[in-house]
Design a protein around this ligand. Structure first.
Ligand code: CP3
Length: 341
């Protein structure tokens, strides 16, 4: 069996050119995604239909031959299985029924694990359909980020509702983080057992926390997930992406035990090189460079590859690709990173 490049890097190997995949690589910038979403009649219908989820996951692999596919789903399927009324309204982002402090002790009893069965079936089908050399990534949201949506009922610019809630109801909030961590660990274990080769934990809102809160709300719950997953699946390969973690990144890998840490686009390449001395890093092209394309995008991508070529790295964006990107720019990026042009 071939040893896939992404997995080699997660084991600490330096691979040149580095493996490349993009966060949100399946999505609205691709016309074939938009067509299928229209046909499915809603975003969650895509996530919970194994045929659709498989097809959407494979679309960017067919186009670009990325080194990894990422399961098509969403971090909010966990609150959906907790019957939080998750819905995606066009142009508005996610909406949920907000929870209050009294709800938290009762949440676990509402959990319907079988909600996630179609996602696990999609993992099986995707792994069976992918080229052997392509890794399959599973994923979940980090407890802090998932909790922010459950508390506010939507995304907000600074997640003030969840921060206030955590300050006012610390005991219940920590209980909520533990519950999300335990359900997420079980979910990742199911994904790995169904054929995912590695998993990523997305903490998109880690950047709004103070130092102590970062440790308690972001890092420790992710450490709990990592530990549980590795107990069930020894050697499980895990990427932890804490967007906006900045100066907290140096302790993030140690605190969580993740194999690789994801870097957003604000992390200086000098800092990225230092972090890379302790283990694999993933990142960190500004997603807006993909919108601009051309020489600007290529120069920035080259700078990242050159700065990090002496150690283990996975090339990615610093956050998800946006719907306004020209698909041609992605093809040009892949060529540049692979040194084909
Ligand atoms: O990366 C991939 O290609 C895999 C699929 C994936 C989606 N969401 C599909 C999606 C992944 C890994 C996610 C993670 C996710 N979802 C995160 C963490 C990463 C990040 O981007 O910060 C978060 C915070 C969410 C919650 C979420 N889902 C938001 C805030 C939105 C709306 C924003 C938007 O882009 O519209 C979604 C919807 C969503 N998830 C879409 C896709 C392709 C767009 C839905 C559509 O087709 O309208």
């Amino acid at each position: 069996m071939v040893k896939r490049t992404l997995e080699r890097v997660l084991e600490g190997e330096t691979v040149n050119p580095p493996p490349i995949w993009l966060m949100r690589q399946a999505g609205r910038y691709l016309p074939e995604y938009r067509a299928l979403r229209e046909k499915a009649g809603g975003f969650l219908n895509l996530c919970y239909n194994p045929d659709f989820a498989t097809e959407v996951t494979l679309q960017p692999i067919r186009r670009y031959g990325f080194d990894a596919a990422i399961l098509f789903s969403d971090i909010l399927v966990i609150p959906d299985a907790l019957k939080c009324g998750v819905r995606f309204e066009k142009g508005e982002g996610p909406r949920l029924d907000p929870i209050n402090a009294d709800d938290i002790a009762r949440l676990e009893a509402r959990y319907a694990a079988n909600t996630l069965d179609p996602v696990i079936e999609a993992v099986r089908r995707i792994r069976a359909s992918l080229p052997e050399e392509t890794s399959l990534l599973g994923f979940c949201g980090a407890p802090w980020t998932v909790a922010t949506y459950m508390i506010a009922g939507k995304g907000t610019s600074d997640q003030a509702p969840a921060r206030l809630f955590a300050y006012r109801h610390r005991k219940e909030f920590l209980q909520l983080l533990d519950l999300i961590a335990d359900l997420s660990a079980d979910y990742l274990i199911r994904q790995l057992e169904a054929g995912a080769d590695a998993v990523q934990i997305f903490d998109s809102w880690a950047g709004v926390l103070t130092e102590d809160d970062f440790a308690d709300f972001a890092a420790k719950p992710v450490a709990r997930i990592v530990e549980k997953v590795r107990m069930a699946v020894p050697g499980a390969k895990i990427i932890a992406f804490a967007k906006g973690a900045g100066a907290n990144l140096s302790t993030y890998r140690q605190l969580t035990g993740a194999n690789a840490i994801g870097l957003d686009w604000t992390v200086p390449l000098s800092v990225a090189k230092t972090l890379q001395k302790e283990g694999p890093v993933q990142g960190n092209l500004d997603p807006l460079a993909m919108v601009v394309g051309g020489k600007m995008m290529e120069a920035r991508a080259t700078a990242i590859v050159e700065a990090l070529s002496d150690g283990p790295m996975i090339f990615n964006l610093g956050h998800g690709i946006t719907p306004d990107v020209d698909p041609e720019n992605v093809a040009a990026l892949v060529k540049r990173v692979r040194g084909e042009k």
